[in-house]
Design a protein around this ligand. Sequence first.
Ligand code: NAD
Length: 484
Amino acid sequence: MPESELSLKSMLIGDQWIAQESGAFDSVNPATGTVNFRISGATQAEIDLAVDTAGRAVRQPAWRDMLPHARAALLRRMADGIDANAEVLARLQMIENGKVWSECKAQVASAAATFRYYAGVCETLCAEVTPPRGNYLSMTRYDPYGVVLAITPWNSPLTMEAQKVAPALAAGNAVILKPSEVTSSPALELGRIALEAGLPPGILNIVTGLGARVGGPLVQHPGVRMVSFTGGTATGRAIAHAAAEKLMPVALELGGKSPHIVFADADQDAAIDAVIGGIFEGSGQSCVAGSRLYVQQSIAQSFIERLAARAGSLRVDLPDAERAQMGPIASFGQRERIEGMVEAARRDGAQVLLGGARPGDERLARGAFYLPTILAGLKPDATVVREEIFGPVLCALTFEDEDDLIAQANDSVYGLASGVWTVDYRRAWRIAQRLEAGSVWINTYKQLSISTPFGGFKQSGIGREKGITGMRLYQQSKGIYFGM
Ligand code: NAD
């Protein structure tokens, strides 16, 4: 469709859909290079309006005094709305970030499940009566912050949005959601679903726009009381600086460079499948991607050869193709970055065991595709070993023994996730204790449960999402004393 015929998608503030051309931008399909939509971009006027609207809505008795079971019922209706609109939501994600259809569908189902989980938490989480030290009754209750800002990335937009919006609403806040400019549409759809479910207007606002122009001013706004951010480490650091000026709490889910470890005694077939899924699913654009492979030296050569052969048969295709296993990179800019990093590694002497190029298939030539890539012969201080690539690029490395492995695996500024393959449960336990990572998977990889807290060590983040902790993130405790 020619750009002039594209209608401008509006943002949601209160119950108003507001079109704003002056900061507008294109949503591009990375599988085809065509423009999907034009999306409104907030100016300072919409930013101020959103914060003011959310601030007024959160103080309304209708929301402030809503009993937990009624709030839970609302969250369940939102979950039902997500299920009822599953095809639309999955398709919007697919045409904006290029994930394969089956994964898009699974992520929509998981977003609905997240709303149901926090409905349960909302209804059952208790305040506490604390032991008195005198003639009084003392208790701790948990208050919302007020206006919470949620900023999300493009790789799994709806998953991240559900993980922030559901607990923040369950906790009694109003939310301003600023989705990534690459994937604004699923968030806008979520806003519509929330209104239809009966969420009071202003309790969930979707403010679209570019990061620096809209995300930055929202973080700095005096009316915003807490920020929950998922994205790159550099952006997280900038947000933490701005939050420090306001002395505002932040939750940061940031990047990773996760080690995936295979001992000589491992079930090698299962490990190969997991290593492939761990790095190539979602074209490697996952914060927990197992991007550093460490194989014990005695099996390294044969293991890596078999791995490369199996990864070479992955089907890279249009995301809605029936048997597609890997779609495109989410944007052309991101593919350029990945290509630049692989070329630099090549110049530094890396061996390219697999991929390292765009696919030759003519049908894919207009999209931002890149082949599954395995690099070897790398020095531990090579940029590709140290920096997050956020693409389908695996660095294959080796280790001698447990001490050597731990030294290499922990030699990273990141600490998000890790995986260990061994049949020796004592060793698995020792390694799990020594790894500096927020998640350790043993004889499995990328298993995630909404009830288990998730987050990063070191520069991979601050705070934990999911589970009960993930709701407490959006509350502040208050001690109340009744004199007796
Ligand atoms: P990004 O940091 O570029 O952008 C994330 C969001 O921040 C976007 O909405 C963007 O518009 C906004 N933003 C950008 N600059 C801003 C600023 N100055 N102030 C406020 N907001 C700003 O990240 P991305 O490229 O969208 O996502 C990829 C990154 O996200 C990777 O590093 C990945 O590891 C990370 N990630 C982490 C997790 C996790 O749970 N730890 C999950 C998914 C992705």
